[in-house]
Design a binder for this molecule. Structure first.
Ligand code: ATP
Length: 144
């Protein structure tokens, strides 16, 4: 029989961007989009670090509700039941402006078409497209 108290079965979760703290609290589980595939972190996970790709990050709260975010490239680090997610951008699903993301998709597609031999412009436009498409995916999934 487990002797763990409920207090021990929780994670401290922080989601940070250069702009500030997007989420900070306790959780039962975190699911994040690592470059190697989705990773699920439960309490007592071994120390872990991975690169993240743009995708959907889910924080499962102790009451079973979920906080869903669109997150961009970055890192996840886990140690001592603390999960730190550091990403370039993170938006709560409910804060995503769908029309803005649609415009960003169009703008990025135009930028890709116009990039020609400019590798830097092409790379930036492709990354912007990925971010905007991810926001649409996250907001649509949250609504369904
Ligand atoms: P866009 O092309 O729409 O500007 P972007 O990926 O280039 O998107 P930035 O302009 O760098 O984004 O983002 C500035 C801030 O706006 C960041 O905090 C980012 O998380 C947020 N943000 C970007 N797009 C959206 C969106 N569609 N809905 C809500 N927040 C957004």
């Amino acid at each position: 029989m487990s002797t763990a108290s409920p207090e021990q079965k929780r994670l401290g979760v922080q989601i940070l961007t250069p702009e500030g703290v997007v989420h900070n609290g306790v959780a039962a589980m975190v699911v994040a989009p690592s470059v190697g595939g989705e990773v699920g972190i439960l309490p007592r996970h071994v120390p872990f670090i991975a690169a993240l790709q743009p995708g959907r990050t889910r924080v499962k709260m102790l009451d079973e509700s979920e906080v869903v975010l669109a997150t961009s490239e970055g890192y996840i680090a886990v140690e001592d039941d603390r999960v730190l997610i550091m990403v370039e951008q993170a938006e709560l699903a409910g804060d995503i402006d769908r029309a803005r993301a649609e415009l960003a998709v169009s703008a990025a597609q135009e930028a890709i078409a116009a990039a020609g031999d400019d590798e830097a412009a092409l790379t930036a436009a492709k990354a912007a497209l990925k971010r905007a498409e991810n926001r649409l995916k996250v907001v649509d999934k949250a609504a369904s």
